[in-house]
Ligand binder design. Structure first.
Ligand code: AMP
Ligand code: MG
Length: 406
């Protein structure tokens, strides 16, 4: 058996020879994509000192409580003000540039407007108040986003805020999915004796789509060698293929021999629970090159956990992210166990499904690797070392599903 950490050290670096090429896409198509180059700003944001309030722009040195000021100009957002006439104030609105010579804004709630249109202040202004200074958000020349950043809505907003209409990102990955098992039935069809519904395909397609990856699924593949080889070959043009089930060493497990037939296999028993048998390798393409291959166990929990811990970061690396960015081990934190765990596995580390609220971890009662509800009703995984016992109140390592899928 191989330890999970050792497996990750062996497998992840292989993905750093990234298969993804850069391309330029308009901002509206960039959600979820990975930046192929650093982006720096060519402008200050905001570009001018501007008002943070509707009110009056003033020169603080001119201000006294009793003074009645003439309003010498009106500055709505989008206009370009003239210098402030000494001894006067300017009517100004949120976002409008501060007139040269003014150094504070008094909000309109603190201003008395006289019948003749002149104004007086209820409170003396402080220098700089309600002024948003040029460059306070982003300064010209600053590296705004680094290569490898996965673009979320706010990142895209930042790019828009510096006036960039398009962005250089790595190409989307295409990942093939297959679910092996002659017992698998599709949702919508009645279950015959001995059948179960195929859920893994749906979990994976969902996870992959949430990662903005193009998914090509061949659905259910029956447990026979020829069908398995044919399914694998049909997915060879993908960047990577993920398959569930059939990776043990039983007579009905055809994935490993099939990979040896159509490509190259390295397989391990990973010293982790759930998720022990894992096949890895590649599928050769007709015209040269290959697709990476992961064969995960069929048990729904094992397959989803192995996907998140092992496969998802590998795919992120293929997309152009760095090892540091994808390694969820940096995102583990300590939580306090509200459970005890007295029969640890001495040979395998364990990932327990727990619900963490206010730093306290409650164990989902059924930790069987076949119980998919354990994943639905938990917030993440407690990682226990081989042989680690837990008493109530112990601090244990925890990683949330949210952090795993970041
Ligand atoms: P295997 O790894 O093929 O031995 O399968 C292990 C267990 O997972 C068996 O109980 C299978 O019926 C179940 N299983 C395999 N594939 C799937 C799937 N796609 N969806 C749900 N359960 C599955
Ligand atoms: Mg099977």
């Amino acid at each position: 058996m191989i330890d999970l950490n050792e497996l990750l050290e062996q497998v992840w670096p292989l993905a750093s020879q990234r298969s993804s090429q850069p391309e330029t896409v308009p901002l509206r198509r960039a959600l979820g994509r990975v930046l192929a180059a650093d982006v720096s700003s060519a402008i200050d944001v905001p570009q001018h000192d501007n008002s943070g309030m509707d009110g009056y722009a003033v020169c603080v040195a001119d201000c006294q409580l009793a003074t009645q000021f003439e309003v010498s100009q009106r500055v709505p957002a989008g206009s370009s003000p003239s210098p402030l006439k000494p001894g006067t104030v300017a009517r100004i609105f949120t976002g409008a540039p501060i007139p040269p010579g003014a150094d504070a804004v008094v909000m309109q709630e603190d201003v008395v407007v006289n019948e003749d249109g002149s104004v007086a202040f209820a409170v003396l202004p402080k220098q700089g108040q309600w002024i948003r200074s040029a460059g306070e958000d982003i300064s010209r020349g600053q590296v705004l986003l680094q290569q490898g950043t996965r673009l979320g809505a706010i990142h895209i907003g930042l790019l828009a805020s510096i006036g960039v209409p398009q962005v250089n990102v790595f190409k989307r990955l295409k990942v093939g999915v297959m679910a092996t098992g002659s017992e698998l039935q599709s949702p919508g069809q009645p279950l015959q004796a001995g059948q179960i519904y195929n859920s893994n395909e749906f979990v994976w397609c969902g996870l992959l789509e949430s990662m903005h990856i193009d998914v090509q699924s061949v659905g259910v593949v029956p447990d026979n060698f020829e069908a398995t080889c044919a399914a694998l070959e049909s997915l060879a043009d993908c960047d990577a293929v993920v398959s569930s089930g059939g990776v043990s060493v039983g007579e009905e497990d055809h994935v490993k021999p099939a990979i040896e037939e159509v490509g190259e296999l390295r397989s391990w028993k990973v010293a982790m629970k759930p998720g022990k048998p894992i096949a890895f390798g590649h599928i050769n393409r007709q015209g040269g090159g290959h697709s990476w291959f992961f064969g995960l166990p069929g048990n729904p929990v094992s397959s989803a956990v192995a996907f998140k811990l092992i496969v998802k970061p590998f795919l992120n690396l293929l997309e152009g992210q760095s090892l540091h960015q994808v390694d969820w081990r940096h995102r583990t934190r300590k939580v306090q166990a509200a459970f005890d765990w007295q029969k640890p596995d001495s040979r395998r580390e364990e990932f327990l499904r727990v619900d963490v609220q206010s730093g306290k971890a409650t164990l989902f009662a059924n930790q069987s690797s076949g119980v998919l509800t354990s994943l639905a009703q938990s917030t993440g995984l407690v990682r226990l070392a081989k042989g680690q016992q837990v008493n109530i109140g112990d601090w244990v390592d925890y990683v949330s599903y949210q952090d795993l899928m970041k």
